[in-house]
Design a protein around this ligand. Structure first.
Ligand code: TYD
Length: 215
């Protein structure tokens, strides 16, 4: 039997605790015989990882940042995501375009209409039965108050450019996610990330099971 591909993204402010749950889901899908492509943005290809290092470490204006993350996304879609979905893989992507709307749009205040234009330009897939914009079928949003996320990040590691931002920045990023959630609620599963790790995991699993993708 051939399965069709599944595209899931994971979002949230820095410190919301996505990583262990992404790994857990990869294991759960593999245990059911699915091939999983585990990837991240910005990044996921050699070129996009180089762009990631620039975006996370070098000071630049918000438009430059947006153009670089979309350039990385274009390469990632063409080299990794589209081929994986074509093979029928489960693609688990640590962040995708919602992060651009949240960080560059919400956090840095960059124009949302321009981001929507770039989204259309970069993510349009040409298909015989009509072009469409590639989006995750499910976006798991780990929602956490920025004050709690900041406590979790203290001493965790040397902060990158974004992790070093003040709580007010992350309040705007969170509002950016909220706006995306409200615009497309059917695509999102909002997870209360202030619960215990086990409770968060059960919510993540429930969101995926509700789609009928895991038994
Ligand atoms: P993150 O996903 O948190 O990875 P790690 O856990 O390894 O730090 O780091 C990626 C950072 O990049 C995060 O701070 C959000 C930021 N980012 C943007 O600003 N715009 C984007 O479009 C994406 C995908 C990420």
């Amino acid at each position: 039997m051939t399965s069709s591909g599944i595209f899931i993204s994971f979002e949230g402010i820095d410190g919301a605790g996505k990583s262990t749950h992404i790994d857990g889901l990869a294991q759960a899908f593999r245990a059911q015989g699915r091939v999983v492509t585990l990837t991240r943005e910005p990044g996921g290809t050699p070129l996009a990882e180089k762009l990631r290092a620039l975006v996370l470490n070098d000071p630049m204006d918000a438009m430059t940042e947006a153009l670089l993350v979309f350039a990385a996304r274009r390469d990632h879609l063409q080299q990794v995501i589209e081929p994986a979905l074509g093979r029928g893989d489960v693609v688990l992507c640590d962040r995708f375009t919602d992060a651009t709307f949240a960080y560059q749009g919400g956090g840095r205040g960059f124009d949302l209409k321009t981001l929507s234009f770039l989204e259309l330009l970069v993510q349009t897939v040409k298909a015989l039965d009509g072009d469409f914009i590639r989006q995750p079928e499910l976006t798991v949003w780990f929602d956490l108050a920025p004050e709690i996320a900041a406590e979790r990040l203290v001493g965790a590691r040397i902060p990158d450019k974004f992790e070093a931002q003040p709580v007010t920045f992350f309040a705007r990023v969170r509002a950016g996610y909220q706006a995306r959630f409200q615009a497309q609620p059917q695509r999102f599963a909002r997870i209360a990330a202030d619960q215990s790790r086990d409770a968060v995991w059960l919510d993540v699993l429930a969101a995926v099971k509700q789609k009928g993708w895991l038994a």
